[in-house]
Design a protein around this ligand. Structure first.
Ligand code: ZN
Ligand code: ZN
Length: 360
């Protein structure tokens, strides 16, 4: 009888353990987990003459860096809605100029926002609206300076290289130069940082500036992208956020040539619309919204819609020629002969020559 009681107790304990385990499973099933893609996605939003970049992290979180001027609110909201984003974990204004933070008061008002950053102060209406909307949401505005790290996704490192602190003389030079690294690929963001801030970044960590993608500083103006700075960054892709026929004559031809000479493919939002770069941490892929004639012919699409451009390359071990992944000769290539390169530079280093048809 005693042993039966013992057995019963054991059985009841066992039963309660199973039930507890089941309830945990049920809880997990019901909870809403953030959508995790394993991809880092960066969209340079076409906001005419101004900057706006949406970063979507592999863990499903998102960050908006700048939002263009106030009348560009609709364009930013359209991208957020397209990406089904209702919550922005970070809203970051690089500096107080209207072409960067103009639409941000509206964004802070209408979206669920986690953290707000803005370097510098001003007396403009836009800036005051920014302060008001942040205060209404009880959000404390933080600043980012040299040596700071921003954590949104534990797998993505965001490091601030410059400036060392506020700059009384120049709004533009409040812009943080910051590098985002996801495994083997990296993006450098610069806002409107000019030469003196670039110099601070060079002094701080010249080697660390090397990046695969750069958002070219100050809309491609000669105030920024100094030869030393460009050489240290030496990217594969350079994106210039700029409006068509703007009154500033941005981007400057010299600046565009400088990045191109360093081996970068240069895209502008004026010509290519919204520009999206995704990476799994090893390869980059670029999607451009318009003006496909600017892109290699091999990628043109009858419908004239966005088309993928491979920014990884496929080499043929037999011929020692490398191609864009969508080149017709890649489709017919024997798998045994295929070798992938994460960059053009790597293909060149290994002794491969670019294909004459797809001109990668
Ligand atoms: Zn600007
Ligand atoms: Zn500015």
């Amino acid at each position: 009888m005693k042993s039966f009681k013992k057995l019963l107790v054991f059985f009841l304990i066992f039963l309660s353990m199973i039930m507890a385990a089941c309830s945990v499973l049920a809880d997990k099933g019901e909870s809403v987990l953030p959508e995790s893609s394993g991809l880092l996605k960066v969209t340079f939003i076409d906001v005419d003459q101004g900057d706006s970049v949406l970063v979507q992290f592999p863990n499903g979180k998102s960050m908006l860096i700048d939002g263009g001027s106030g009348d560009m609110y609709g364009r930013v909201a359209a991208v957020l809605s397209d990406q089904k984003i209702t919550k922005l974990d970070v809203v970051l204004g690089t500096h107080t100029d209207n072409d960067h933070i103009g639409s941000l008061p509206g964004i802070i008002k209408n979206y669920d926002v986690g953290n707000v950053y803005l370097n510098g102060t001003s007396d403009t209406k836009t800036y005051l609206a920014f302060l008001r909307e942040a205060a209404n949401k009880k959000l404390k505005i933080k600043e980012l300076y040299q040596g700071d790290f921003l954590q949104v996704d534990p797998d993505v490192k965001i490091k601030v290289f410059a400036p060392v602190g506020p700059n009384e003389d120049s709004d533009n030079d409040h812009s943080p130069i910051m590098k985002l690294t996801y495994q083997k690929k990296s993006f450098l963001f610069t806002g409107d940082a000019e030469k003196s801030t670039e110099d601070m970044a060079l002094v701080y960590d010249k080697m660390g500036l090397k990046s695969d993608v750069v958002k070219v500083g100050h809309h491609g103006s000669t105030t920024s992208s100094s030869p030393k700075f460009a050489l240290a960054v030496a990217p594969e892709l350079a994106v210039i956020e700029v409006g068509a026929d703007n009154s500033y004559d941005h981007p400057d031809k010299l600046v565009v040539n400088r990045w191109q000479l360093l081996g970068a493919k240069v895209y502008t939002t004026a010509k290519n619309g919204n520009i999206t770069v995704t990476t799994d941490g090893t390869y980059l892929k670029l999607f451009a919204g318009k003006n496909l004639e600017e892109l290699p012919k091999i990628f043109s699409d009858d419908k004239g819609v966005a088309k993928t451009i491979g920014t990884y390359y496929v080499g043929n071990k037999n011929t020692l020629v490398f191609h864009d992944p969508e080149c017709s000769s890649v489709a017919g290539m024997n798998v045994k002969n295929k070798v992938l390169f994460p960059s053009r530079k790597e293909a060149f280093t290994k002794g491969y020559k670019p294909c004459q048809i797809c001109t990668p």
